[in-house]
Write a protein that binds this ligand. Structure first.
Ligand code: SF4
Length: 329
């Protein structure tokens, strides 16, 4: 057996054994670094055998490998069927979902696409509309399991007249406790990013696609990705917030935020930095700050910063030489 194949199988065996052990210990959710799973995306994954075939096919004499053979079933990664009483470990997190799994397909209703009237509302209309929406969210029970487990509905925070609005995924533990989005470590990093842009947290608006913390029964800590049903239930709130605020630019933090707003499956590593249009508003997809906490290389920080520089351009903000040079080395 060739060394590459040997180490792959050993690693796979070790991973499966470890997950089985965790499952027996009652763990239901594990978070996985998106970068580790990126090679397993159907478009990227090649078994060791296929990797060899691919490299063979690059030799002048080898015939080209048909595209269909580059997307194998992940049969080697499938876990044995669960026995009665065993609980499923869900490894889905940002970008970790298998796009062919029905659990990870976004459920109807689809996101709104109709262009918005971007003329700002009067203060009176805006305040009344936001108050009504907040009151509705605070008593929302559309996801009974989340309504039961939440400590607070995390509606949103900031300037409802803002030109810039950030949309994240869902509240975590700190946010659930304080009732405010992005107050944990990732939130502190987001605040630094906002300040590096020359703005304050109070000048922008920050909200999440999901207003209640995704529950993790049996676990005091840890986060999980919202399910498509939860996102579908909650989507009208963030849509309405955008409709009321009518910002000049949106920043979607992480894959889940983009998926919620557009109703489509995305991989943030592929689409970040590519300016989009959300109902007439320029939208910049970028990495979630929690990804930056796990991948704090200058290169990744620079990517996010370049996204923010583009947002500043969209907003017509002045950009200093110092700002231009952040994270360039
Ligand atoms: S997550 Fe959204 S839709 Fe679900 S209960 Fe909370 S506020 Fe309601």
């Amino acid at each position: 057996m060739e060394p590459a194949s040997h180490s792959f199988e050993e690693l796979l065996d070790f991973t499966l054994k470890r997950m089985e052990a965790m499952k027996k210990e009652g763990v239901r959710w594990v978070s996985v670094n998106p970068d580790w799973l990126s090679p397993l995306e159907p478009a990227n994954y090649h078994s060791p055998v296929q990797e060899r075939e691919k490299s063979d096919s690059t030799s002048p004499s080898a015939p080209p490998t048909p595209r269909s053979r580059e997307v194998p079933p992940l049969s080697g990664l499938q876990k044995p069927a669960l026995k009665t009483g065993e609980r499923k470990i869900d490894s889905s997190g940002p970008e970790t979902a298998n796009p062919t799994s029905s659990r990870n397909q976004l459920a109807a209703p689809k996101a709104k696409t109709k262009p918005l009237d971007l003329q700002k509302l009067s203060d009176q209309e805006l305040n009344a509309g936001m108050d009504r929406l907040r009151a509705e969210a605070l008593q929302c029970q559309k996801c009974p399991h989340l309504a039961e487990s939440r400590r607070n509905v995390v509606f949103g925070v900031g300037n409802i007249n803002a030109d810039l609005m950030f949309v994240g995924e869902a509240p975590g533990m700190d946010e659930d406790l304080q009732g405010e989005p992005f107050v944990g470590k990732a939130g502190q990093l987001l605040t630094k990013i906002i300040e590096a842009m020359g703005l304050s947290r109070e000048e922008v608006y920050i909200g999440n696609a999901l207003k209640c913390r995704p529950d993790t029964p049996g676990q005091a800590y840890g986060n999980r990705k919202p399910t498509p049903d939860e996102i579908a239930n909650c989507l009208p709130f963030i849509e309405k917030q955008v409709e009321l605020i009518r910002p000049k630019a949106l920043v979607a933090l992480g894959a889940s935020a983009v998926e919620a707003l557009y109703g489509e499956k995305v991989y943030i590593t592929r689409i970040r930095g590519q300016r989009r249009d959300y109902r007439g508003i320029p939208l910049m997809p970028t990495f979630h700050p929690s990804y930056l906490l796990r991948n704090s290389s200058h290169a990744v920080k620079r990517l996010v910063w370049e996204d923010m520089l583009e947002v500043m351009e969209i907003l017509g903000m002045p950009i200093s030489e110092k700002q231009q040079g952040y994270f360039k080395k």
